[in-house]
Design a protein around this ligand. Structure first.
Ligand code: GLA
Length: 748
């Protein structure tokens, strides 16, 4: 056994310094303070990870399995743990292996709960029993080697602890050191085990096109809940995120929460299972449905990262830790992230009907209200008149842009904005030159129908030639044009996921190879064109996860831009993901979604809770509209650092058809708090609920300033944090679809 003791990472807690370079560029430089520590007690065989407010403990048990011993609130440094001992068999029906809370377990020896790894060997043998071999501690990282009892199947488990948030990142790598290929039929990054109990509630996210990000709750009962996508990509139907708390916790910011997210943009699954002895375990990795990865001798397969964290400040606290972790540890360029620029996008204004003169006219209007990035959406390439043709033919349409894109880009630059462009690289319309030349490039089963979605098919990105084609057209586009931003879209899911060009036993590798090629293209493009920023869009929010967030600067949460519907959509989004990456456009009223009319002010306030964009037809806006927009854009620039990087408190959620919705965000330096409040409809003379703010310093003094609307008569302009949080304030919100917003600035 390889013993290492108490090596702590020299990580220091983040204290954020903001260097303001220009109105839209603020760099975050992190000075770190609290170290994560990883210790191994060679006498008891126990590993202990302490990070931020949590402690995570597991040990090597008497059968050399890895067994969870504790996950929760931070424990005293002096606390010691007895050696792990596997649970005795509960009955002849429940052997020890299945009732023991395993860290990472192979399918074999009578395991009935979800395995972390299941392999079929060429001789038909499917028994896999993994034992601890060795480990290594390196700062805030721990790696452990396990091996099957007889075959040369090695598994390396990786743990990385974040000293700032306490979030652990786990993954596993399986290596084939046998002399023959074998098929990995199921592989997880690892299993999280909660303290044994029966009073747990699971929160998770569901949705569909134009209705993403619904927060669901269900009690965890004996049995299994599987959150998943079988669609080839992440999907909106479930998002790979979970949070589990005690059933009784009612307040957003109180109580214990165990939460996590899987960083994978392919088909995925997270199973939440309460076993026969009331042990709750959460296992996550690529979806086992239709899975089968052929691993040749000496090859390795690494799982996606599975992140897990603990908060004792309720679901709100869990979200804040996730947001912080995403910004400081996941997004490209972390921790030196730029603030999101205010963006204009042409889609809702023009549809496919883009051309040089029309885009230039919109660009002028956009610049006049303070927009910093102008994005041309779909319609600029190939024979793209509508969604029936053109996808795959990535040359500039000569009728629409006779002189290429450069005149438009130059114009946009001359107006003081940078330029962005829509692409949908993994797709092809059958009515395209690409498909006519390469009908074999799409996912398909020979002699079977090819199911279309929005008149398009999915290119098989696992194929090296498809990967090369996509990389090279994007590289050329970015080399020949001064493009600062790509909106990377993906407007359908897989069907007939065949890969006839490879041998049948390798075909299912498509689930992993497609996604890894997608990531590698993004990584390579970013390396070659370091200034380019990327948005992940999938017909709305169908490809949002911590895997893609390593390569993209922002995401598009939903095609539904109705500012009222957005309150619920944005609310659900922020359970898992930071408002700083949540693109939110102000669009025209009445909306195409619900034919609902909303004031421009309401629409702005709704979008200003995320990364502000404008998606309206500015040609139709009146002078007054443009003046109001200019004012709101300027206000947004003065609060965006708080909104995009601060600590979010959901004071009133719009869930369960609530009549009200209120968010408050406190900046990292504590100097500014921004509050947005929305009323659906007044009823029966009831006033808007009294608003008690959160996250302020009791003894500091804060000055109130209205962005829009008004507060109750008699509200002081200046008061202590204690006053705003305990006495609270009344808001003058009456009527239908009303909104207001204000800031509190710490003055003493
Ligand atoms: C998807 C996106 C939209 C827009 C269209 C263009 O639906 O989500 O924002 O880009 O495609 O076809």
């Amino acid at each position: 056994m390889h013993c290492c003791t108490a090596i702590s990472a020299l990580r220091l807690r983040i204290a954020t310094l903001v260097l303001v370079l220009s109105p839209c560029v603020a760099l975050y430089v992190s000075a770190q303070t609290t170290p994560a520590t990883i210790q191994f007690d060679s006498t008891s065989g126990v590993f202990r990870i302490d990070a931020a407010d949590s402690t995570y403990v597991f040990g090597i048990n008497e059968v050399q399995g890895l067994q969870n011993l504790y996950w929760g609130r931070h424990l005293a440094a002096s606390d010691r743990f007895a050696a792990a001992h596997s649970m005795p068999e509960a009955s002849s029906f429940d052997p020890s292996v299945t009732v023991t809370p395993q860290e990472y377990v192979g399918w074999g020896g009578g395991l009935y709960v979800d395995p972390d790894l299941k392999i079929t060997f060429p001789d038909g043998n499917r028994d896999l029993v993994l034992k601890y071999v060795s480990h290594r501690i390196d700062g805030d990282s721990l790696s452990i080697v396990m091996k099957d009892i007889s075959r040369d199947v090695y598994v390396m488990l990786n743990y990385q602890a974040d000293g700032e948030t306490g979030i652990l990142r786990r993954s596993a790598t399986v290596e084939n050191r046998t002399g023959a290929p074998f098929t990995v039929e199921q592989i997880a990054a690892g299993t999280w085990s909660l303290p044994r109990g029966t009073d747990y509630r699971l929160r998770y996210l569901t949705g569909r096109w134009a209705g993403e990000w619904n927060v669901q709750e269900r009690h965890i009962e004996p049995g299994k809940t599987v959150l998943e996508s079988r669609r080839g990509t992440t999907g909106a139907q479930n998002n790979p995120w979970f949070a589990i708390d005690r059933k009784g916790a009612g307040d957003q910011d109180e109580g214990e929460v165990w939460f996590g997210a899987l960083g994978w943009s392919g088909s995925w699954q997270i199973s939440v299972e309460q076993d026969q002895l009331q042990q709750v375990r959460v296992t996550g990795g690529p979806n086992a449905f239709d899975f089968g990865y052929l691993l040749k001798p000496r090859e390795k397969l690494t799982t996606p990262d599975f992140y897990g964290g603990y908060s004792d400040h309720g679901i709100g606290g869990a979200s804040r830790l996730m947001h912080r972790y995403e910004i400081d540890s996941i997004l490209p360029r972390h921790p030196k992230l730029k603030l999101r620029p205010v963006l204009y996008n042409s889609w809702e204004a023009t549809g496919f009907d883009v051309n040089e003169a029309g885009q230039m006219a919109l660009a002028e209007k956009a610049a006049s209200i303070g927009v910093e990035r102008f994005v041309m959406d779909d319609g600029w390439f190939g024979e793209r008149k509508n969604d029936h043709s053109g996808l795959g033919d990535w040359y500039v349409n000569q009728q629409k842009f006779p002189h290429g894109l450069n005149p438009l880009i130059d114009k946009v630059h001359s107006l003081g904005m940078d330029f962005g462009l829509w692409v949908e690289p993994e797709m092809v319309n059958p009515n395209s030159d690409l498909y006519r030349n390469h009908p074999d490039w799409v996912l398909n089963f020979p002699d079977r129908p090819r199911t279309e979605g929005r008149n398009q098919l999915v290119l098989n990105l696992a194929r090296p030639d498809v990967r090369a084609y996509i990389y090279s057209f994007l590289d050329k586009l970015l080399t020949q044009n001064d493009i600062a931003f790509l909106k990377w879209d993906y407007n359908r899911n897989w069907s007939e996921p065949g890969w006839p060009a490879v041998t049948p036993d390798t075909e299912k590798n498509v689930y992993v190879d497609f996604t890894n090629n997608y990531y590698s293209i993004l990584a390579e493009l970013r390396q070659k064109h370091p200034k380019v920023e990327i948005e992940s869009c999938s017909g709305g929010g169908s490809r949002v996860d911590l895997g893609i967030m390593r390569y993209t600067d922002e995401v598009w949460p939903s095609d539904n831009t109705d500012a009222y519907d957005r309150l619920l959509i944005q609310n659900g989004f922020t359970y898992a993901y930071s408002p700083g990456v949540m693109m939110a456009w102000v669009t025209d009223s009445p909306t195409w979604v619900n034919s609902r009319s909303l004031s421009l002010e309401y629409r702005f306030l709704s979008s200003m809770q995320g990364s502000l964009g404008i998606g309206a037809n500015l040609n139709k806006w009146t002078r007054e509209d443009l003046d109001e927009a200019r004012k709101m854009v300027a206000v947004y620039k003065s609060i965006r650092e708080t909104v995009q990087r601060g600590s979010l408190y959901r004071l009133i959620t719009p869930e369960n058809n609530s009549e009200q919705s209120v968010t408050e965000t406190v900046s990292r330096d504590g100097k500014q708090a921004v509050t947005f409040a929305f009323l659906h409809s007044s009823r029966e003379l009831y006033p808007f609920p009294l608003l008690q703010l959160r996250g302020l310093e009791e003894n500091a003094t804060y000055t109130l300033s209205m962005i829009a609307g008004d507060v109750g008569d008699g509200t002081p302009t200046t008061a202590s944090g204690s006053y705003w949080m305990n006495h609270g304030l009344d808001l003058k919100l009456r009527g239908d679809f009303q909104a207001l917003a204000f800031t509190l600035t710490r003055t003493k």
